[in-house]
Design a binder for this molecule. Sequence first.
Ligand SMILES: NC(=O)C1=CN([C@@H]2O[C@H](COP(=O)(O)OP(=O)(O)OC[C@H]3O[C@@H](n4cnc5c(N)ncnc54)[C@H](OP(=O)(O)O)[C@@H]3O)[C@@H](O)[C@H]2O)C=CC1
Ligand SMILES: N[C@@H](CC=O)C(=O)O
Ligand code: NA
Length: 368
Amino acid sequence: MAPTVFVAVIGAGLVGAEFIRQLLSIPNSPFKLICIAESTCIYYDEAKPITDVATWRQTLSASTEQPDMHLLTRRLSALVSAASSKVAVVDNTSSQHVASLYPVWLRAGINVVTPNKKAFSGDVALWEDILAASAQSGAKCYHECSVGAALPVISTLKELVATGDKIIKIEGVFSGTMSYIFNEFSTGHADPGGPSFSSVVKQAREKGYTEPHPADDLNGFDVARKLTILSRIAAQSPASHLPRLQTFQSFRTTSLIPAALEGIPTGDEFIARLPEFDAEFAAMRTEASKEGKVLRFVGVIDPVKGEVKAGLERYPMTHPFATSLGGSDNIIMFHTERYSPRPLIVQGAGAGAAVTAMGVLGDLLKLL
Ligand SMILES: NC(=O)C1=CN([C@@H]2O[C@H](COP(=O)(O)OP(=O)(O)OC[C@H]3O[C@@H](n4cnc5c(N)ncnc54)[C@H](OP(=O)(O)O)[C@@H]3O)[C@@H](O)[C@H]2O)C=CC1
Ligand SMILES: N[C@@H](CC=O)C(=O)O
Ligand code: NA
């Protein structure tokens, strides 16, 4: 019989709510959902786990308790000590503060599952502390969805590296938002005269592909974070010249944010002002289509040259980045010693609540 796993979910937004729906839909579930937290409220009851898909939101809203992460840590640590069962935090936020608590949780024997990129792509000291804490206690930290949503990108790279393959180059479209935007905006065929840039950004947001603030996608930081996560793993492959990246800002990334829109605090205001710059983006599209090319936002990790970069590039209409992508598709090509001359390719939806929640739940199932 599978052991019971006590689960605390932090973040019940787009991904979090879908994750809870999928978790509560598992028949004969070994998971006990004892906690759900958002920024302003928390439900916690070990004796009364949430079981009903239809009413969990009301149960959370009815709670008057304020979220206190230190209290949550003490409660979950006590549960690890008292029960022979496993305990897991599922972080479905994009919070740096929540991410900074992973080493504390892991050292206390609390497993961590998350699509949040912050812990693995920010200060290298936090990433190293997470690895050390997990090794020390044996608690697991799974974050497959921090790159390419549920697509097996991190697991594939870890396996290539662990089995001694030499990574020659990793290149691809790593952002569901950027993929959707340029698949719709720059098709080559209809240019010029396709949809406006601001309208496709708005659609990407409505479809749930963007970060809580869409500027975090358009400034290239989301791709830079994913490249940092992969680069830190690829750096362990034989003969890698990749540098020890201090943060995701340690290499060159092209931002698509017009200077006048830098630092706009809310996503709504940012989206409202973006049409002012549609003509600039249309001109870039026209330039590319005159050469028979499309625009794609691409990331490259090159362990041979020791280089990591992300930016907007032009591709001929025959290139896989131009021909084979649709919707929020990511495509990641692993060129390795074994996968040569043809690369190992992972492709599919790289954003969206359903696939991301599925990947998070898949990671949680690994604890069994
Ligand atoms: N959307 C996608 O397709 C993908 C998303 N991801 C990642 O998944 C994560 C969630 O994304 P998404 O669901 O779209 O984001 P949302 O903005 O929809 O949801 C975020 C949730 O986190 C909660 N939250 C934020 N800060 C805290 C905090 N300090 N304590 C407790 N709760 C907090 C918010 O609560 P409140 O509303 O009260 O502030 C909200 O419930 C992000 O890290 C994102 O990068 C990864 C792959 C794909
Ligand atoms: N905003 C991100 C979501 C997944 O990480 C993206 O568009 O890829
Ligand atoms: Na993934």
